[in-house]
Design a protein around this ligand. Structure first.
Ligand SMILES: Nc1ncnc2c1ncn2[C@@H]1O[C@H](COP(=O)(O)OP(=O)(O)O)[C@@H](O)[C@H]1O
Ligand SMILES: [Mg+2]
Length: 251
């Protein structure tokens, strides 16, 4: 147990999370390999965001272990986990609204990588990240004036500013146009080519089949199926989990 296994970067074993009476995750076993793109899908309330919170140390599991690159990080603080190389974006983008796009990224570099705010090294890295997420023309705009798609890319750049090896993107496609989703898919593939491993959530299933190597379907805190995207999206159990959600919303 806990030994470093070749190619497995993240390993969850028997992870459960409880909030008061409610079980949000139940005995989750999940491995993610180096440079893999895995998407966690499932209806509203399935436990996708909680899974991210527990990996990043923002929520502590009631049982189970999390290993990252062979180290047991289960009880580590979120700050220490970030420094170990795990970064995330949030379901609702949270840029500093009054600051410019560039300043937002400089803040990320300052907090995450300890690069002094505005130093030449930080400036150079900020320009690189802005180009990578295609925001170079928007550097001086206050973040609040960016479109939703641009705000999401800014969040990704800010997460990348902490120099992660593992990136978690929560509902990164929600609310985006088909064109913006295509661009996001390209960005995700580029990030993988640069050596990153990615875990995404995708409630509306708009991005997953375009980029993911593997899908993990969650329902009511449990993994009900995992495998290749086509296989999982055609599964009767997965379809019925989504239809169940629709019925609940109607009632
Ligand atoms: N901080 C919290 N306190 C209490 N219950 C929570 C908390 N976070 C999530 N939950 C509950 O856990 C379940 C899973 O939520 P969540 O992980 O946000 O699902 P998803 O991201 O798949 O929509 C839901 O029932 C939600 O109400
Ligand atoms: Mg969520």
């Amino acid at each position: 147990m806990g030994a470093k296994t070749p190619n497995i970067l993240l390993k969850l074993a028997g992870i459960s999370v409880e909030f008061q009476e409610r079980v949000a995750l139940r005995h989750i076993d999940l491995n993610v390999e180096q440079q893999e793109i895995v998407a966690v899908i499932g209806p509203n309330g399935a436990g996708k965001t909680t899974l991210f919170n527990v990996i990043c140390g923002q929520v502590k599991p009631s049982s189970g272990t999390i290993h990252f690159d062979g180290r047991d990080i289960t009880r580590w603080s979120s700050h220490r986990i970030c420094h170990q190389g795990i970064a995330r974006t949030f379901q609702i983008a949270r840029p500093f609204p009054q600051m410019s796009t560039r300043q937002n990224i400089l803040m990320g570099l300052w907090f995450g990588a300890g690069k002094p705010y505005g130093s030449p090294a930080a400036q150079a890295r900020a320009e690189e990240l802005l180009e990578l997420v295609d925001l170079s023309p928007k550097v001086d705009l206050p973040a609040k004036e960016l479109t939703l798609s641009e705000q999401r890319r800014l969040e990704i750049a800010r997460a990348l500013a902490t120099n992660p090896r593992f990136l978690l993107l929560d509902e990164v496609a929600a609310g985006l146009s088909p064109h913006a989703i295509k661009e996001m898919a390209e960005l995700i593939k580029t990030l993988r080519q640069q050596g990153l491993t990615l875990l995404l959530t995708d409630h509306f299933l708009t991005l997953t089949s375009k980029v993911s190597d593997r899908l993990v379907a969650l329902d009511q805190g449990e993994i009900i199926m995992e495998g290749k995207p086509d296989q999982v999206l055609q599964s009767a159990d997965v379809i019925s989990a989504y239809l169940g959600e629709r019925n609940q919303e109607r009632s």
